[in-house]
Design a protein around this ligand. Structure first.
Ligand code: FES
Length: 153
């Protein structure tokens, strides 16, 4: 029987993590091939409902990664993303969603090795967890409404 190969979707900012992933590629750094990258101008532009879309469409794990604190190309987009993630995660915890399937990280344009290690670590973690099967946890949950209400408090 073949080993489970998780699908990991990575939502990354263009200026730091995407460039870091590119550096890993141009440096020929070896890492797990399980990740598919979705590039955003900034982590501050990521709608966290897209994370759930990724799971709905077959992802087993998700990475969100951008510039380190104080290095955001748009000054504070990463701080907004971090705040939104904290709120979003608390709602997911509340409904029993396994938030350990979502990894939030900072990877700079110079950290190709860190990107490779991150992908390897997340791939191993999700492999150990097995395929994502918790979509039913979202049934009947008005996640967007809960999130919108919480984020405006
Ligand atoms: Fe990278 Fe904002 S540009 S997090």
């Amino acid at each position: 029987m073949s080993e489970f190969e998780p699908k990991i979707v990575a939502f990354v900012c263009n200026w730091c993590t995407y460039a870091g992933a590119d550096l890993a590629g141009t440096s020929r750094t070896q890492y797990a091939s399980n990740v598919r990258i979705v590039r955003f101008p900034c982590t501050g532009r990521i709608d966290f409902m897209l994370l759930m879309k990724a799971f709905e469409n077959g992802a087993d794990g998700v990475i969100v990664s951008g510039c380190h604190p104080n290095d955001c190309h748009y000054t504070s987009g990463n701080f907004h993303a971090r705040r939104r993630w904290i709120v979003f995660r608390s709602i997911l915890d509340l409904i029993g969603f396994d938030t350990d399937r979502i990894t939030f990280s900072w990877v700079s344009a110079a950290e190709g090795k860190k990107w490779a290690n991150l992908v390897d670590e997340v791939t191993d973690k999700i492999k150990a967890k097995g395929p994502f099967t918790d979509l039913d946890k979202l049934d009947g949950v008005q996640l967007k409404e809960l999130y919108d209400e919480a984020i405006t408090k």
